[in-house]
Design a protein around this ligand. Sequence first.
Ligand code: PLP
Length: 381
Amino acid sequence: MSYFDHNATTPLHPAVKDAMVEVLHSDWANPSAPYRLSAGVRAKIERAREEVAGYFSADPSTLLFTSGATEAINTFLFHKFQTLDPSKKILVSPFEHPAVLETAEFWFMHRVDYMPLSEEGDLHFEQVKDLVAKGDYGLACLMAANNETGVLQPWEELSLHCAENETSFFCDATQWVGKLETSHLHQCSAYCLSAHKFGGPKGIGVLFSKEMVSPLIHGGTQENHLRAGTENFTSMEGLRIACQQCLGSGESVQPGENWRDHFEEQLITSLPDLRIVGKGQRRLWNTSLLVMPKFNNFSWVEKMDKLGYQVSTGAACSLNKSGARRGLAAFGLSEIDVRKLIRVSSFWSTGQKDWAGLADAFAQAYREMEKDARQSGVISI
Ligand code: PLP
């Protein structure tokens, strides 16, 4: 497999595709209709809810199907906006995805504070805990794993600390679910996932919330009056099977960590001055965020594409957003570094040979780009 952009999206797992095709054939009836055909679909929706909730040891009544993580985040933050004491603020990590950063700023405007960072660029956890304990915040938001760097955040500890201090805690677990063990997520007041990040279809996700949220979408009684609109059962079933495939075994095997690490070592040798963001920190086993020594990231993507490998520019596209800038600055990245960022991300289907092939392709791309640059005489960053 030469696709190395799984943090953006994953291909559909074959078992998910089969299940979805079956639904399109047989279970296409509107679940709200009064006849038996529909009753069957309604029952299967509830089976999907129960089974998916089971993988998280969650009460099925706390599971809301959404169109993805973005909608789940919007639903929860809107609910907090409606219910939070106006004298309270919210505390958000600067590493969050724009779906959290921008939604938080949209609803809470001047009531958003960012979690303090240490000199090394990670969370200053003791200070974060002190802030929560002071009682000024009605909500803390900390993602489980960062989509760009793969760096893991101390969300388990913070969820417990927030519970002790009667502060609501939201965890964006979009990049965690399907890659790492999910058994502690039930400690959070609310958390979300997205099926397309782990072999499921795009356009379906889940908000788990112990707090009763208010609907973001009105006009029907579906999802227990919490999300109007005819249910997307095909995708719900796809999500159920993706959970079965990725979370079902209960194993916490990390298939590619050594391969990823070996790839990074190889790359450091073949590309002098390469930097790896967050290298010393606990990271997802599948992700490397690279600051290339030379040439802008779009040239790298194009060259790698020609060599048959899909890699990403990572956050570069969303960098005009204030939050994303803040998060990357935390890693000590300058504006020029940001234009040299390349993210590679694997998945369960990626093998050792794929990682080795990727390292060779980067070395070849570098040689070719150096040669092209020498011939054209253009000075490159
Ligand atoms: N949160 C994180 C950490 C993500 O990586 C993504 C997608 O890239 C999202 C939220 C948004 O997910 P969705 O595509 O399901 O809306």
